[in-house]
Design a protein around this ligand. Sequence first.
Ligand code: ZN
Ligand code: ZN
Ligand code: FE
Length: 730
Amino acid sequence: MFNNTYKLTIKGTVQGVGFRPFIYTLAKRYLLTGTVSNGSFGVEIFVNTDSLTLKQFLTAIEFELPLLASIERLDCEEIAYQAFNDFKIIETDRKGEIEVNIPPDVSICKACEKELFDPANRRYGYPFITCTHCGVRYSIIYDLPYDRVNTSMKFFEMCKACQEEYKNPLDRRYHAQPIGCWDCGASLELVGRIAPIPTIVDETVKLIKQGKILAIKGVGGYHLVCDATNKKAIQTLRERKQRPTKPFAVMVKDIDMARDLAHISPKEEEILSSKERPIVLLNSKNIDENIAPNISRIGLFLPYTPLHLLILDRLNRPLVATSANVTDEPIATNRQSIEKLSKVYDHLLDHNREIVNGCDDSVVMVVKEQEIILRRARGYAPVSIELPFNLEKKTLAVGANQKSSVAIGFDNRVILSPHIGDLDGIESIEYFKENIENLKRIYSFTPELIVHDKHPNYESSKYAKVQEIERKEVQHHYAHILGVMAEKQITQKVLGVAFDGTGYGDDGNLWGGEFMLCDYEGYECVAHLNYFKLLGGSKAIKEPKRVALSLLFDVYEDEVLSLENATTKAFTPSELKTQYLMWKKGLNAPLSSSVGRLFDAVASLTDVCQVMSFEGESGMQMEEFYDASVTTFYEFSLKDGIIDILPMIKAINEEKDSAMAISKFFNTLVEIIESLHKKYDLPLVLSGGVFQNRVLLGLVLERIPTAIIGNKIPPNDGGIALGQVVGNIR
Ligand code: ZN
Ligand code: ZN
Ligand code: FE
């Protein structure tokens, strides 16, 4: 027998991912005696062995890690000898602060998929088949540690057969908390009809084929679905949802079907088939024009639950699948909230496994071989990010107002909530608060400091201001840059490029075209677009023509009234006069330096888009016009930190060809970034919603390959909360 005892503590994503049986199997292989257990910090192992075998054991842990597990930290120390006569998995101890990561929801694994379609398997066709290596996690968790009693599976009593699998350390379903089968697990309901599950699936497929719109409950919420090859069904969905042009995501049966609809690079294929199964934005081909009007990109994703697989297998057609939510409300997660949409869907396919934590589908794109997350949710959230330093205080960051996401920070870690949505309605604000409470409860976290945006009217700022704890504000664009710095563990000074929609600036103006020297101590704004007026205030954000008109006034003053171009034509003569007076007097015309709004202006001047029906539409449409063979750009000047864009506006107004104007506009932005990069010679960090533009981001990364963009947080306001957490260390 060995007479050395070692204690191993492992932190990271090590619970609910088959970690203990994995250790058990390894211990048996190396003939070790001892114990393994879950704790609030992660996993604890005691083994009797010699130092050589210990080394092999540790190497095996590292190299054979279960699919869903990841190790953040492994500590190993020799302790006083303890006698063990075999190796055991022992009960969870629940003390102290919770430091373990919650595993995100992942897609069904290959082994379960095989069983799902195997007539000899006892779970053949069972829509909730799962094992230790796959399926729901975060969406069903009330509390940590991740045990069945702390999930919404506690309402289902395991049958004998399931119990045996659950208790056997050598079974693939050992401690698989969502385990269930035909006899004991969750079940389906096609509301209004009584039928056995296989019939329900067939019936669902039949209804979709008939052109009906269905609401289907998934992992973190409901989808609205219809046949993606049925023009009329798509049109009906658009009309009922009052969503005239915003692109729909499409679920496809497999990679082959995805290839029929889009061009897919190896990297994109890898992400499409990953266990996270996000929606991937791809270059489309052969799709119904109604799915993404005027846009040559399509968001595709593969089935990620057994239920989706069963439906797509029988349907054998692409399926429009869009998140079900009432306008300004979060994704529907229960019967009550989905029924508010009963006029949108014809039938409801429900199930009885409760969604505890709502979670949308994630959306990503690939630019220059980098994965860029646009919506960080299912599969990617919650995420734990390690900081390059320790936080002084337990910090809660409440994010911005659009694409909200919140974060908690302690020690050297930040946990980011999934995408919450825009805080525009009472329901969304409630959902935002719920997300904060969920993180606090799951992590037994009590904040000592709350950090929020400087914008006084953000709902998140209002929430922060009524909390009775220490409070700090972090400027919006500084937070954008800090988020990337934190994700990439950058500790030196950087030149941050914050190209954004709008965010509240230190001078009260709406920033969004800022170059800032940043470190964790603070920042200095070294250049920005010259301010222009947003005519009509918040109306200007939806109406590109207002921003363009304002810039035209800046260039031509009252001559604009007799100017004939795409922008002026979008107004009546009397509207032009009123707008001119508003511009002159600066009435309801806040100042802005936003590149997002500059995009809008160019979209209007080139007649690509005058009024938007969804956020980001103008930029998406402009991508379509970019011509890579154009290498010229417009003049701009940089003087005393002001980037003068008026010469460019004048030139665009005189340009005959829209594609030429738009291409040169993109090139000009790259030139501006490069000239500042050369001037400061610091690491270049890109952030802000404008970098969701694939063309612009691609051009910048091509010109400056060392430029840094976030890969775990989105460039949009979904990344703000992370930046806010680290903005408090000064
Ligand atoms: Zn599985
Ligand atoms: Zn069972
Ligand atoms: Fe922003």
